[in-house]
Design a protein around this ligand. Structure first.
Ligand code: UT7
Length: 330
């Protein structure tokens, strides 16, 4: 059966136990707690144990989302994992998750950087509306610590590990929960934010390993300028499609990259502090996992209730960007 709309019916999040504080990083690279807090707002981040990989976090978050939605493996027929740090270059992390959870149907990964989870929501919405799937598990999961160069102070202070998952299913007009979205991408300069080696352009070699080119490389200032511009732009486009203005939004959940970027989005919309979600101080930047983790935490804390409007917005490697307006239906 095809539906006219879609909605989230369950959410789950998982972060590893191990905490890496700014004080720990002070011992590893030439940085200070003061610099990290002032420039980013980050105080600590979670790091996976040696025997954990991205699929482990994804599976744990998915089990929680399934329990929240009250669904079993047999009720789900598509799995999407948004990630830049999958267990293997291939096969897809989604296939590992699908198998571990005993889900049928089909599974695939999305590579859209930190915007990936928003992309997965939109793909799920399209699948359930077209009748291509009845219920989709949408996951954002990362072990960024595995692709972080802990000798590079420009990047290693920023990233953490985690996963968030949502169940998306069909909805009719009255309980539609995905009201409008905007997605965009621009691949004209991949080197703004990338993992240079290990692909077909620069295959793995002793030289690439020695140069730490299998780690995240970033021109931080350029990403910062892009992020502060694009977040407002994409949110405005989505709100315009829905015929709404920022004052109707109960909660703005931005990708958690840097507290200063988050606050610039808040200022652009003239929003009070209590309507914007920030947990970057505790988890750092977990890329595609950051939005579902922040969303889950804020809903658990009662910061939005059934039928409230929630706007999620992200930006990341690609470059990619996107926003999605949700009416919360749980
Ligand atoms: O999910 C998307 C992924 N990426 C992002 O969201 C990143 C977006 N960008 C940012 O968040 C910020 O640009 C950073 C936090 C990365 C950097 O903050 P900034 O205010 O843009 O600093 P900057 O790049 O202009 O660097 C200022 C100085 C430089 O020193 P010099 O050249 O002025 O002497 C850096 O070498 O800060 C230095 N620096 C550090 N110092 C201490 C860079 N990293 C560190 C560090 N500790 N960890």
């Amino acid at each position: 059966m095809a539906w006219v709309g879609a909605k989230i019916t369950g959410l789950g999040a998982e972060v590893p136990e191990k905490v890496l504080t700014n004080a720990d990083l002070e011992k590893i690279v030439d940085t200070t707690d003061e610099w990290i807090v002032t420039r980013t707002g980050i105080r600590e981040r979670r790091i996976v144990a040696e025997d954990q990989a991205t699929s482990d976090l994804a599976i744990a978050a998915s089990r929680k989302a399934m329990a929240h939605a009250g669904v079993e493996a047999g009720d789900i027929d598509a799995v999407i994992v948004a990630t830049v740090s999958a267990d293997y270059p291939f096969p897809a992390c989604a296939c590992l998750v699908q198998s571990a959870l005993g889900i049928g149907g089909f599974a695939f990964d999305i590579s859209a950087g930190c915007t990936g989870w928003i992309y997965s929501l939109v793909m799920a919405e399209q699948l359930v509306k077209s009748g291509g799937a009845k219920r989709v598990l949408c996951i954002g999961a990362e072990c960024l610590s595995r692709i972080t160069d802990y000798t590079d102070r420009n990047t290693c202070v920023l990233f953490g590990d985690g996963a968030g998952a949502a169940i998306v299913e069909g909805a009719d007009e009255e309980d539609n929960g995905i009201l409008a979205w905007d997605l965009g991408s621009d691949g004209s300069d991949p080197s703004i934010l990338w993992q240079p080696a290990g692909g077909s352009k620069i295959p793995a070699s002793h030289a690439t390993v020695d140069a730490h080119d299998h780690s995240v490389r970033m021109r931080g200032r350029d990403v910062y300028v892009f992020a502060t511009r694009i977040m407002g732009h994409t949110c405005e486009k989505t709100l315009e499609k829905a015929g709404l203005t920022p004052d109707s939004i109960a909660l703005l959940v931005p990708h958690q990259a840097n507290e200063r970027i988050t606050q610039s989005a808040r200022e652009r919309f003239g929003m009070p502090f209590d309507r914007i979600v920030s947990n970057v101080d505790r988890y750092g930047n977990t890329s595609s996992a950051s939005i579902p983790i922040a969303l889950k935490e804020s809903l658990d804390a009662g910061r939005a209730k059934k039928d409230d409007l929630i706007l999620v917005v992200g930006f990341g490697a690609g470059l990619t960007w996107g926003s999605c307006l949700l009416r919360w239906r749980i």
